[in-house]
Structure formats: structure tokens, C-alpha cells
Design a protein around this ligand. Structure first.
Ligand SMILES: Cc1cc2nc3c(=O)[nH]c(=O)nc-3n(C[C@H](O)[C@H](O)[C@H](O)COP(=O)(O)OP(=O)(O)OC[C@H]3O[C@@H](n4cnc5c(N)ncnc54)[C@H](O)[C@@H]3O)c2cc1C
Length: 407
């Protein structure tokens, strides 16, 4: 495959920006056009629901320093939306009317927050948390005594709840499942998060859905629940998950995955030659798991962006990293590595759940699928190896032996 003259990247999130940087790091000297809807230069999202919402930082973690894109001759077009991809004549159109011909194209359009299909679910006053501007505006509403209702007890809901509590807000989280993070972590570990938030003053409304939102277009004043009660609110954050932004890919005729996302092979190549996808939108074939998976995590966006840079230049390197995720809430910090099903896999706990200092393992047929360390930071390398190797190990050994000796 000849080296491309022109690489176009759609999406200025972590995946797109890491790919642009990766191209230059590999010595690529051709044209790079990086198109993004966001008004800001590329930034990472994790700090938005942590340091930025907590008020500890007024800026996110930028992917690159100011001036980087200019210095690297990367044609960064912020505040610009790609409107169409023409596979036949290999060009991207944008909303300024510009046409960007490409030899290789990377789609890294990320995800957008889901809305709830209930009456009032489209009120402009409802808040979501995806961009820097969302985070700054939300933080400005968090204050002593303000009534914050958060719909959704997932990662975003939990982290936002912790931040709102730090500002003294009165926080209620509504979650239709019996526990927060239930689908991801299963009941035993999810209880740890329920109790953590309760201990920090969050009111849970678990096992009840939202029937609708009340208020005027710009001011949401209440959340009606399916049990007939209403929660009065000054601020309502909807954090019910995100959907991959596949509209461009779909309209272009690229193959989508049955589950969700753009279907790509292990090298992140789509069904069209010369078109790749990375980050949240990529449903990539993972050789270890023998199926396509789509991972909405920071490390996945960063590492896929860096790897796909090589593939855009003609390499054919498969992406084989285990999924990795981290979260911080109050004084709890955690990391989780691997790919697991909390309702199918066996759970093994090492350490003390009530003290919130433990490592949880999920095993299948005696092999480690995933490991989550909570407020324990010494075993990262060993956990990575156990997960990457899907090591066969007994529950007793996971509980009691030196982890480094098991991998
Ligand atoms: C608040 C928050 C906190 C998070 N915290 C963590 C965490 O603690 N740990 C963790 O592992 N993960 C976390 N994540 C998830 C992680 O940050 C994401 O998985 C990752 O950032 C995805 O990167 P991406 O580049 O694929 O997509 P995005 O960051 O969504 O970037 C996609 C970009 O493409 C742009 N775009 C889309 N369509 C178009 C178009 N047609 N034209 C132009 N531009 C377009 C979008 O505007 C966006 O800027 C968090 C996510 C959020 C929202």
C-alpha cells in the first residue's frame, strides 16, 4: 500500500487527535486534516466528570499543548461538522461547504449522550455531560443546597453525584435497575458503590424508572417517576449512557456491527478500503475474545488512535489490548481490566469489600477474564498479565497468593 498523500480524520476527540499525533510521530509528512465539531482543540473526557466538576481544574487534560497542531502542520478545523463521506470519489464534505479529498480516512466520531424517550425528554433545560462546555456549565449549577437529580446510576451519574455532593448540593440519583452500575459490575460489587454514595449523603431512588420531566423548555423543575412520585429539582442531569455516532458511516454505506458501532476488523479497517474507525465508534474484532467488541473507554480511544496511525500508513497491526477503565468517586479509586460478564462469570474477592479495599476477579472455567482493583495500587502489572493471559488459577490462589507469582 503506497503512503497516502492526504489523511482526513473526522473527530477531534482522543482517538482522532491521538491518530493525528501518531502519524507525525511515525514521520508521516503528508497532509493531515483533522475535523471536529467541538469548538475547543482536542481534550480528554475523564477529567470533565472529576477534576472539572469538582472545581479542582478549570481546564480538561488537553491531548496536545497549545500550538502543537500548527507546529506539526496538522490542519485542525474545530467547530466544523463533517456532513458526508463519499466513498466513490474518496472525499469528506463539511458544513462550511469545503470538500476534503482523502487517500485514507479515519472516522473517530465518538458517542453522544442518549436521551430518554419520555414526555419532556427533549426539554432544552435537561443537562447531559459529554463536552467541556457541558461540564463547565454543570459545575456552575452545583452549590450548597441546590437540588440535583441525576437520572442514571452509571459511571457518569456516579461521578457527577460525587462532585455535586462535594459542592454541598442535595443529590438524588434515579436508577431503574436495583443497583447503580448493576449491569457492569453485578450485584455484589454494585452494592459497594451504592453504599459509598449513601455514606456520602446521596439519596438513591433505585428500581424505579422515569415517567417524564416537568418544567418549561429551559427550566426543568421536576422528575416524575414511574411509581407516581415526583422529585422536585433545580438541576436535572440525564446520564443514561451514550450511543456511538455512526450517522456518517451509515449514510456512506459502511458496514455497521449487529450490536452497535462501525464494524471494523482487528486492524480497525472498515468495510471500505482506505477507511478506518477508532475509539468509541469502532466495533473491532478482538482476536482474544473471538468476536467484535466496542469499548467506550479512555485507554481504548488513546491506544486505538495511536495504533491506527500505523495502519493508515500501510501497516496491518491488530489491536489486541485488553479493555481498561478507571474511575474516581470520593475517596474510592478503581481500575478494571478485561472483558467480562458479571452475570455469567464467577466472582472472586480478594481483600475487604466493606473497607472498600479489594480486588475483584471475574473468572470463566477457572480462567481470569477481568480484574478490578479498588483502592489498591500495587498489583497493576500482575493483574494486567493475569487478564491478558486469561491465566488458569484457582479462586483460593487468587484470594491468598502473591499475585505476581500467579501470572
Ligand atoms: C464525562 C466523561 C467522563 C469519562 N471518564 C472516563 C474515565 O474515567 N475512564 C475511562 O476509561 N473513560 C472515561 N470516559 C470515556 C472516554 O473518555 C471515551 O471513551 C473516549 O473519550 C472516547 O474517545 P473518542 O475519541 O472515541 O470519542 P469522543 O471523545 O466522543 O470524540 C469524538 C469527537 O468527534 C466529534 N464528532 C462527531 N461527529 C462529528 C462530525 N460529523 N463532524 C465533526 N466532528 C464530529 C465530536 O464532537 C467529538 O469531539 C468518560 C467519558 C465522559 C463523557
Amino acid at each position: 500500500m503506497a503512503e497516502p498523500h492526504h489523511v482526513v480524520i473526522v473527530g477531534t476527540g482522543l482517538a482522532g487527535a491521538s491518530a493525528a499525533g501518531g502519524l507525525r510521530e511515525r514521520g508521516y509528512q503528508g497532509v493531515i486534516t483533522l475535523i471536529g465539531q467541538d469548538a475547543h482543540r482536542p481534550y480528554e473526557l475523564p477529567a470533565l466528570s472529576k477534576a472539572v466538576l469538582l472545581g479542582d481544574a478549570s481546564e480538561p487534560d488537553w491531548v496536545h499543548d497549545e500550538g502543537y497542531y500548527e507546529a506539526q502542520h496538522i490542519d485542525l478545523r474545530t467547530g466544523t461538522t463533517a456532513t458526508a463521506v463519499h466513498l466513490g470519489d474518496r472525499a469528506v464534505l463539511d458544513d462550511t461547504g469545503a470538500r476534503h479529498p482523502y487517500d485514507r480516512l479515519l472516522l473517530a466520531t465518538g458517542s453522544s449522550p442518549r436521551a430518554l424517550p419520555v414526555p419532556g425528554g427533549d426539554l432544552a433545560g435537561l443537562r447531559t455531560l459529554r463536552t467541556l462546555d457541558d461540564a463547565l456549565a454543570l459545575r456552575d449549577t452545583f452549590a450548597d443546597g441546590v437540588r440535583v437529580v441525576i437520572v442514571g446510576g452509571g459511571w457518569i451519574g456516579c461521578e457527577a453525584a460525587a462532585a455535586a455532593r462535594k459542592h454541598g448540593a442535595s443529590v438524588t440519583v434515579v436508577e431503574p435497575l436495583p443497583l447503580p452500575l448493576h449491569r457492569t459490575l453485578g450485584p455484589t460489587i454494585a452494592e459497594v458503590f451504592r453504599d459509598l454514595h449513601a455514606a456520602n449523603g446521596v439519596t438513591w431512588r433505585l428500581g424505579v424508572g422515569v415517567a417524564g420531566f416537568e418544567g418549561t423548555e429551559d427550566v426543568v423543575s421536576g422528575v416524575a417517576l414511574a411509581d407516581g412520585t415526583t422529585l422536585e429539582a433545580d438541576v436535572v442531569l440525564v446520564g443514561v449512557g451514550a450511543a456511538p455516532r455512526v450517522d456518517l458511516a451509515r449514510a456512506a454505506g459502511l458496514e455497521l456491527a449487529d450490536t452497535s458501532g462501525v464494524a471494523v476488523d482487528a486492524t480497525l479497517r472498515t468495510s471500505a478500503p482506505d477507511v478506518y474507525a477508532a475509539g468509541d465508534i469502532a466495533a473491532h474484532f478482538h482476536p482474544r475474545y473471538g468476536k467484535r467488541i466496542r469499548v467506550e473507554h479512555w485507554a481504548n480511544a488513546k491506544d486505538q488512535g495511536a495504533l491506527v496511525a500505523g495502519n493508515l500508513l500501510g501497516e496491518s497491526t491488530p489491536y489486541t489490548a485488553s479493555p481498561y477503565f478507571f474511575s474516581d468517586q470520593y475517596d474510592l479509586g478503581m481500575e478494571v481490566r478485561g472483558h467480562w460478564d458479571p452475570f455469567e462469570d464467577d466472582l472472586v474477592i480478594r481483600g475487604d469489600l466493606t473497607a472498600r479495599e479489594f480486588t475483584a476477579f471475574w473468572t470463566r472455567a477457572g480462567r481470569v477474564q477481568a480484574a478490578m482493583n479498588v483502592n489498591q495500587w500495587d498489583d497493576g502489572e500482575a493483574l494486567q498479565a493475569l487478564v491478558d493471559n486469561q491465566t488458569a488459577v484457582s479462586a483460593e490462589d487468587l484470594r491468598s497468593r502473591d499475585l505476581a507469582s500467579l501470572r
